[in-house]
Ligand binder design. Structure first.
Ligand SMILES: C[S@@+](CC[C@H](N)C(=O)[O-])C[C@H]1O[C@@H](n2cnc3c(N)ncnc32)[C@H](O)[C@@H]1O
Length: 178
């Protein structure tokens, strides 16, 4: 997770981005959506292996930056305005527990899972049956509760990769829509 004291207009690729990107190298399909694309780094990794790559971010500056790499960039909440169905939806979540959303790049509100759950609920509406979501959370959040809630939304959810960092463990979750 990017240092909160570093002020940028959008989230710059950090260790979590690179960890997620490495996992995405082998993903293939037709339609993919990157929610919270930031700089567009992860969406760009998916470009060679998907026919259509769509990226969203709540931060307008991020979508402007990502548009240098990704043609289909939309400034919106999660996947809310989208109607097409995707094989894969990814999101490097804002997962830090917080009282409020002062920085949408990192603030996840209650236990670091309130904003993530809003994003996962929105993603569910645009995932094909049998399609999946990959999301990145952390030991700094109540990730066990997030997995439980993901399952209760109708996914099979499991941890597929982890990475120990100095102050947290990164946790990559695969959620397959039943
Ligand atoms: C941890 S950053 C990840 C950025 C980029 N995907 C990466 O891996 O470097 C989370 C991103 O999600 C965006 N975001 C937060 N809440 C969002 C929401 N409800 N809908 C869309 N984007 C959101 C933030 O603006 C930020 O760009």
């Amino acid at each position: 997770m990017q240092n909160k004291s570093v002020k940028t207009e959008y989230y710059l690729p950090a260790e979590d981005t690179i960890f997620f990107a490495n996992y995405l190298q082998n993903e293939k399909g037709k339609y993919v959506l990157d929610i919270g694309t930031g700089s567009g780094y992860l969406a760009n990794v998916l470009l060679p292996n998907f026919e259509v790559v769509v990226a969203t971010d709540i931060n307008f500056e991020a979508t402007q930056k990502a548009h240098d790499l990704i043609e289909n960039c939309i400034c919106c909440h999660s996947a809310d305005p989208l109607t097409i169905k995707f094989d894969l939806v990814i999101c490097n979540l804002p997962y830090l527990p917080s009282e409020e959303i002062s920085d949408p790049s990192v603030d996840g509100m209650d236990k670091g899972i309130l904003v993530p759950l809003q994003i996962i609920k929105s993603a569910k509406n645009v995932i094909k049956k049998g399609g999946k979501m990959l999301y990145l959370t952390s030991s700094l959040a109540n990730y066990k509760k997030l997995l439980e809630e993901t399952e209760s939304l109708g996914f099979f959810a499991k941890i597929v990769a982890t990475k120990k960092m100095f102050f947290e463990e990164l946790i990559l979750v695969q959620a397959v829509l039943k």
